[in-house]
Structures are given as C-alpha cells and as structure tokens.
Design a protein. Structure first.
Length: 319
C-alpha cells in the first residue's frame, strides 16, 4: 500500500473566465495532518471538491487513496470522511441517532455502530448529552459531532474545511486538541484547510500555501518558518545616534535597521549577528541594556510568501 494518500499533478479548475486552481502538484503522506493554507478565496474549498470527485478538473489529474478522481470518485468518497462548509447534521435527531444513521449508511454492524459511537462521543465530551436533539446544541458542539460523524467508519482519510471557523476561542482550542489526539491515536490522514495560522502551526506536520489558486510553497512547518522570514535582533538601551545607526546599516548582511520605542530592531538577510551590532553601539558610546533575539514565526513566513506573490502579480499587471 502506498504511503502517499493524495497525489496531484498539474491540477487545475476554471469557472468560465476565472481560474480557481492552477497547476497544483502536491503529495500528502499517510498518517499526518496536512495543512492547506491560504487567504479567503485562495482555492482551498475548490481543491477539496476536486479531490473528492465532486468537481471535474479542467486539466491535470489527482489520485486519492490510489483512485483517480475522474474515474473512481464514488470509491474515494466511500473511503473518506469529510466536513465541508456545513455540518450536514439532522438537527431534529439526537447526537446518538445522527451517528446511528451515518453508521447504517456506511453498512456498519449494530455492535460496531454502538461501540464506535460511544467511543467518539466520549472522546469529544458529548456522551452525557447524546440523547439531546443536535439542533439545540452550541456551534462548537455541533462541529464536534460533525467531526465524529466523519470519523465514524474509521476512514483512512478525512477532509476538514475550516472546521473551527466561527467558533469561540475556547471551543476552537478544544476541537484542535481533539483532532490532534485522534490523528495520533488512529493514524488517520487529515487534509485540513484553514486560514488560521496558529491552528496550522499547532496541528500540521506539513503544509502547502496557496494564493489565487497557485501553490506558493509546500513542506514541513519548521522548514517554511525558517526559510520564509529574516533573522532579527532587538537591542534596548540609550544613546543610539544617527551615526551609530548608519554604521549598523553598513554591517555585512544587515537588511534593515528600524527604530522602536526604547531601542532598535536590526534585520539580517542571513544569520543574525547581534554581538557585532552591540560592539558598534558600545564603541560609539551607547548604553545597551538588553539584547533579544526575534525568532521568525510561521506567520512571518506566511505573510512574506503572500506579500511576495502580490508584488509579483502587480509587476506582471504593470507590464
């Protein structure tokens, strides 16, 4: 069995004159949470619909769980779980009955339905309220029930489209913890679309970043964090003259020196060398109280990718 559960090659989809997805080529390994990130309208939901065979690609191809999305879409959907824009719950039914109905559709045996339903409802903290109509629940509880339903038949792959969108911070954090725990426990591959960068950094082992339907970067979260942002050092103190700042800007590798309240922020294009900056300031007569390293964040890397792409598009349009 292949350890790649999703493979796309030059995948694209047009809607009349609009290109929603263009030349997407990615591979998703088995057993991880894979983040598919981008701003609103980037093409994330379109990609999920293509991978589930709900949309026909305009060009390129995709294989999911070894099946071609053009010719075996029904087999992909039978082997996958999904939570898209809406929960799809039957709100007049209880939580237990929602899972019972889904289990029957999946042709699970009665003992299996009962055991799996109890396992998931307990994990999500919903067991004690399983007999209540789902329509009376909070949005966070409904989302948890919808995820439980998607996981009921133990699919090898689950698609989650913005699962924490619209949830309050407590409910969102709780659902993230549940997803991370389940992915680790059951070995399910999770294809997660989100524009919540903190969520992606906490949950995902690998991510892909898209904008306007185009892939900007793909790889481990740590790799994208390191490669997408400049190193910086913050130096707090007194007596930083214009001449000293000029000398700092002349140091090899210094990209920018900016003044902030109580200090300076020095950005390097490569490795930060704070000791050299401190030496320049001390030799110039300044008083240095504190030196802080500013570690590049995943948000820095993401915003830089998106900003660079926007700048490139502006150049192209101006030509």
């Amino acid at each position: 069995m292949s350890d790649i559960v999703i493979r796309t090659r030059g995948l694209g989809r047009d809607f009349k004159s609009v290109t929603a997805l263009d030349d997407l080529s990615i591979e998703v390994p088995a057993g991880i949470v894979f983040g598919f990130l981008g701003p609103n309208g980037a093409g994330k939901t379109t990609t999920i619909r293509l991978l589930l065979g709900l949309l026909e690609p305009t060009r390129g191809r995709a294989e999911v769980l070894g099946f071609d999305t053009r010719t075996a879409a029904s087999r992909i959907r039978a082997s996958s779980g999904a939570l898209l824009e809406h929960t799809g719950l039957y709100e007049r039914l209880s939580a237990a009955d929602n899972l019972e109905f889904q289990g029957r559709i999946a042709r699970m045996s009665a003992p299996e339905r009962a055991a799996r339903g109890r396992e998931l409802l307990t994990h999500f903290g919903l067991w004690e309220r399983r007999l209540e109509p789902a329509g009376k629940w909070s949005r966070g509880m409904k989302q948890k029930l919808a995820v439980a339903r998607a996981l009921l038949a133990r699919p090898r792959l689950i698609f989650l489209d913005e699962p924490t969108a619209g949830l309050d911070p407590v409910a969102a954090a709780s659902l993230r913890e549940d997803l991370a725990s389940l992915a680790a426990k059951e070995g399910t591959t999770v294809f997660l679309t989100t524009h919540n960068l903190d969520e992606a950094e906490r949950l995902c082992r690998r991510v892909a970043v898209i904008r306007a339907g185009r892939l900007l970067a793909e790889g481990p979260v740590e790799e994208l964090r390191r490669g997408g942002a400049d190193a910086a050092v913050e130096i707090r103190g007194r007596g930083f003259s214009a001449e000293m700042i000029g000398r700092l800007r002349a140091l090899p590798g210094v990209k920018e020196v900016s003044e902030e309240t109580g200090g300076l922020v020095i950005t390097w294009t490569g490795e930060a060398r704070g000791s050299e900056a401190v030496r320049v300031l001390v030799e110039g007569g300044a008083s240095v109280d504190e030196v802080l390293s500013r570690r590049p964040t995943f948000e820095d890397a993401f915003l830089r990718l998106v900003k660079d792409e926007t700048t490139e598009e502006s150049r192209c349009c101006a030509m």
